[in-house]
Design a protein around this ligand. Sequence first.
Ligand SMILES: O=C1O[C@H](COP(=O)(O)O)[C@@H](O)[C@H](O)[C@H]1O
Length: 218
Amino acid sequence: MLETYPKVAALAEAAAHAVEACLADGLKTRGRASLVATGGRMPGPVYDRLREARIDWARVVVTLSDERSVEPDAPESNARLLRERLFVGEAAKAHFLPLTDYAEPALKALAPFDAVLLGMGEDGHVASLIPGSPALAQGMDPAGERMLLDVPAGVGSPPLARTSLTLAALLQARAIFLLISGAAKREVLARAEAGAELPVRALLAQARVPVRVLWAPQ
Ligand SMILES: O=C1O[C@H](COP(=O)(O)O)[C@@H](O)[C@H](O)[C@H]1O
């Protein structure tokens, strides 16, 4: 299941190409497309490439796997990452659905998502489904009805309050791409594959949605 790339640049190229194909398929088949983007350090180079995709961005809706509770211009803001790296040029025509308290009905209407991009922390978290959080059990219910989860401050890096898509929401997807770099995260992934009860395991152990795991050493 693990796809190994020599460098993050090659991984980003492959991921951008694959997501573009998912969006193009959504546009062709359903007349609209949706992307769950993500934050952290990995996806920036993917967005740099994806924004060059020759698709009708005006019919694409982009939302986030999770957001930190910070001002929109704060360096920790995942929306800021999208503004700076994805919504540039033609891709600025895409519609952005921020993870506000009011996003739940719009997310339900948007699902299933054509593509979901995720990173993974060294604690095995995906989106903001973070080990040690009092909200984790609620967020990890695969049959849960809620798309959005409030995650109180105190866990994660940075340990800010967050809003996350739930596991049930993430699994309402046609394709999931998990982007990982470095030896430490590869080790975490191996532990999850071997049965460790980490949030990322819920993606690896299910068969409902195809998951591609893309890894590069750095
Ligand atoms: O806090 C977060 O972390 C994960 C992983 O980020 P990374 O910097 O360790 O690659 C990210 O996917 C998530 O969106 C973000 O809010």
